[in-house]
Design a protein around this ligand. Structure first.
Ligand code: IPM
Ligand code: MG
Length: 368
């Protein structure tokens, strides 16, 4: 019997509700396999700040340090509520970025996937979706503007000013490139390199290093794409993409656009992988406006579990079953509120019902 310890950080807003559904799925995986998951819940985000004065308290860090993998819900408050917390203690700056830094989770994988059968969820026309959307955004997660030096103050003209630095060294670029090329090699052998080298020098170095790394992967075709053009192309012809690699900030923005072309950010799970530790989280925020209403879509959280099974526990087959179970629920004509447009003919179900249906489907699948 394999035994894994998972730190479970439910987070804020809809976090606890969707985490509950992800836990249900983990329990079914235990029933179906010779595996035991020891779940270690811990406070993280605004909830942790209000309870302990720290959004990523030491006790949570200890639990995460000892875990085999970390499952993290969304964090954060509404724009207005955030103002109750000092800027540097707010959950994003006080918990999420320190988590990424602590575990050096430089490689962030964000699948943007919609089979043809679910094309009706997308705002894009069926002829644009064709046989379905299936791409992965590979986002560098611990460099660039997010982590560069920052300064705020008053300049010699007496004006308030701010300065943030976008910094990368070649090693940071090289390691994310290797991740992207390796993934491309496992898929369509096509890599879109997203950059802005017509303006940013950081992109000039980025592309230089990309070309060096590309020599090691002659079987992978590289297509260079400016980030602004990529934003348009994601709407007009998303099927041209397979693996897209980009720096931190570009990846933040384009991955949300990925959710947009699918029809909901609720369809965006992710894996954040470092040299020793990986954590798994939805790409979206904590949606405080719909928290506690049992209407949030748990897909991204359950999908993050699927990514954990595959990447951290070598359970690729069960990961596939989890994806198939979720898609099966959609294919049966059900969906959560975010995807039930008026007139779409789908039956709206709650967060809990979605989780229950996924579990039911999973139980019916042949064991591995
Ligand atoms: C994401 C989120 C975070 C980011 C926020 C919450 C800091 O938007 O994971 O995409 O900007 O990286
Ligand atoms: Mg984001």
């Amino acid at each position: 019997m394999k035994h894994y310890k998972i730190a479970v950080l439910a987070g804020d807003g809809i976090g606890p509700e969707i985490t509950q559904e992800a836990i249900k799925v983990l329990k079914v995986i235990e029933e179906r396999n010779a595996v035991k998951f020891e779940l270690a819940p811990a406070l993280f985000g605004a909830c942790a700040y209000f309870e302990t004065g720290d959004a990523f308290p030491q006790a949570t860090q200890d639990i995460c340090d000892q875990a085999d993998a970390i499952l993290k819900g969304p964090i954060g408050l509404s724009h207005e509520q955030s103002k109750q917390i000092p800027i540097d203690k707010q959950p994003e700056r006080g918990a999420l970025l320190p988590m990424r830094r602590r575990y050096n989770t430089y490689a962030n994988f964000r699948p943007v996937s919609l089979p043809k059968s679910l094309a009706h969820f997308s705002p894009l026309k069926p002829e644009i979706i064709g046989e379905g959307i299936d791409l992965v955004i590979v986002r560098e997660l611990v460099g660039g503007l997010y982590f560069g030096d920052k300064e705020m103050g008053v300049n010699d003209k007496g004006l308030r000013y701010v300065r943030e630095t976008l910094e990368y060294d070649e090693e940071q670029i090289r390691r994310i490139m290797h991740e992207a090329f390796k993934l491309a090699r496992k898929r369509r052998k096509l890599l879109h390199n997203i950059h802005k080298s017509n303006v940013l020098k950081s992109s000039v170095l980025w592309n230089e290093v990309m070309e060096e790394v590309a020599l090691e992967y002659p079987d992978v075709e590289v297509v260079n794409f400016l980030v602004d053009a990529a934003a348009t192309a994601l709407c007009l012809k998303p099927t041209q993409f397979d693996v897209m690699v980009m720096e931190n900030m570009f990846g933040d923005i384009l991955s949300d656009q990925g959710g947009g072309i699918l029809g909901s950010l609720g369809l965006m799970p992710s894996a954040c992988i470092g040299p020793d530790v990986a954590y798994y989280e939805p790409s979206h925020g904590s949606a405080p406006d719909i928290a506690g209403k049992n209407i949030a879509n748990p897909y991204s959280m359950i999908g993050s579990v699927a990514m954990m099974l595959e990447n951290s526990f070598d359970m690729e087959r069960e990961a596939k079953n989890v994806w198939a179970a979720m898609q099966g629920v959609f294919a049966d004509g059900y969906s959560t509120a975010d995807l039930s447009r008026p007139g779409s003919g789908v039956t709206m179900i709650s967060t809990v019902e979605f989780g229950d249906k996924v579990v039911e489907k999973l139980r019916q699948m042949p064991k591995v």
